[in-house]
Ligand binder design. Sequence first.
Ligand code: TYD
Length: 135
Amino acid sequence: ALNDCKLINLPKITDPRGNLSFIESEVHVPFDIQRVYYLYDVPGGSDRGSHAHKSLHQFIVAMSGSFDVILDDGAESQRFHLNRSYYGLYVCPMMWRYLDNFSSGAVCMVLASAHYNESDYIRDYDEFISQAKRL
Ligand code: TYD
């Protein structure tokens, strides 16, 4: 559900030479990291996402620039603005997600709990709602 998803503050080692943050599997994110992917060169005004995952856990970080992530559990939704590389959004399974409001040069990094598997996706919103109601 939506209240299982949360913004997580990452360690930040501030240094006049430049700051450093890190993410350890099962320490800073509540799952074993099996995959990393990233969105970049996103044209202004475009949007991404619009699907849910049946069992995948994800953690989304704005490595550069900013964007919004809208999470919807079928009952309620919340918009999160990501604009710092030292925090990220944990997204639990069965959340419809939609990403928009990308700044120019934004890089969206996603850590995921499993390799890519199209059969884990729910890409139809009505199908998502009917599956979410059964939970
Ligand atoms: P998709 O997850 O639909 O994009 P987004 O949610 O970011 O808008 O993926 C877009 C395409 O990329 C789709 O054809 C599947 C492919 N893809 C992979 O092959 N491997 C991956 O790890 C991901 C995330 C996507």
